[in-house]
Write a protein that binds this ligand. Sequence first.
Ligand code: NAD
Length: 500
Amino acid sequence: MTDIKTTLKALGLDASTLQKGELEIVTPVDGSVIARVPATPVGEVGNVVARAQTAFEAWRTVPAPRRGELIRLFGEELRRHKDDLGRLVTFEAGKIFEEGKGEVQEMIDICDFAVGLSRQLYGLTIASERPGHRMMETWHPIGPVAVISAFNFPVAVWSWNTALAIVCGDPVIWKPSEKTPLTAFACAKLFEQAVKKLGDVPANLVQVVVGKADVGEALVDDPRVPLVSATGSCRMGRAVAPRVAARLGRSLLELGGNNGMIVAPSADLDLVVPGTVFSAVGTAGQRCTSLRRAFIHEDVYDQLVPRLKKAYGSVRIGSPLEAGTLVGPLIDGRAFESMQAALDQARADGGKVTGGERALQDRFPNAWYVSPALVEMPSQTEIVRTETFAPILYLMKYRELDDAVARHNDVPQGLSSCIFTTDLREAEAFMSAAGSDTGIVNVNIGPSGAEIGGAFGGEKETGGGRESGSDSWKAYMRRATNTINYSRELPLAQGIKFDL
Ligand code: NAD
């Protein structure tokens, strides 16, 4: 298996220069330190923003299709380095190699989307109430965008933001998770390659700052950053949102999820079983869209639960670098502790836990592998309403769909949800205004694994932001409403007479 040094080298990074900083980068694969990188001094962040502003002044006047060409070239770099970057994601975040490559594929997809978008930054033409007048909307670049990202999607989330921001005319300042800066350096290198190929591109369109919350806060507080796009826990969002609001900036928040599933009596259980397993144990339960709660109709509960237990028993836990592994490690020991604490609480609340133990301790004494847990709960207690970033799936029975939907919605988060049913009425009711209250609502597929073509994000404590497809690009631009008078009169709006 290719080692970390070779992987870094293939991505244009020199492993020996990544050994001199104070931030230790630990691979969750075996718990070893793979790099030591310097944090950006907080006092330096202002200079980074100033450089982004200079880049903005040049980039905003470059025609959008040419900005799209840069993203097209970047997409080509990603295609060329898909395996290398995917492997680095595996080393740094611990997700299995297939999912690491899947993340890079998502980057490629959003690049393709953004290239098309670069020729479609349309505004409306609006009927004016005044004769000889025309109204229209124009969309302009907004300015430097700060992207704060989480450890679990170390590259895709950045690319969702960056591919759109760059075609929209905005430079990006990226603060990756302090746990995953190497993938950020690699992406910045690949982006640089695309910049070189296009030529005549302002410097500093993409800059990376490294560090913990204090570095993020310096970006968040800077009034020269009109948009802060922050992905991470609700705790982080609660700290970031008021600070951006205090300077009347714009924030795009992508925070925690506590995603639910309803399994109706008519559900095709042959779809439910694999859909559940992928959604609940994929990325070791460390996706914002991971399935965490299942409401199963009492008529099918006794059929489904043994099938789920059997499927869970056959899931292969192992090194994420090895082919055939489905469940890799948790990110660190703290994640393991919070999983165990959640399971203890669930037991105290009357839950029956299957799985959840530490795994592969002999082979990886310094890493944190677990067997995914199924927890049969008598009711939706407080611990079920809490996002625990680990593979725990709470199973609950229901009798009436209305009650299941009400319980489904009775959590603080609102990211993703699904129903398995072959009853059209139930499917439509779940997607209706009185149905699921999440930003992503699926029928007959699990809640995780979104496509880039749709707007991604959620409601309530998930933060309300939308990224990626559909019209999410509008968040990265400012809208001007233009009224043009081509008549020889000056009629006022609302029929006001103002005779001089
Ligand atoms: P985290 O909140 O610990 O950190 C996320 C990022 O925020 C990091 O870069 C961190 O340094 C930064 N940060 C933390 N406090 C900050 C502050 N006060 N000011 C500025 N920056 C700050 O999250 P994590 O553990 O890396 O990721 C897991 C969480 O992210 C889960 O809750 C998961 O659901 C969520 N997540 C959400 C989405 C989504 O799209 N909704 C996607 C991925 C992850």
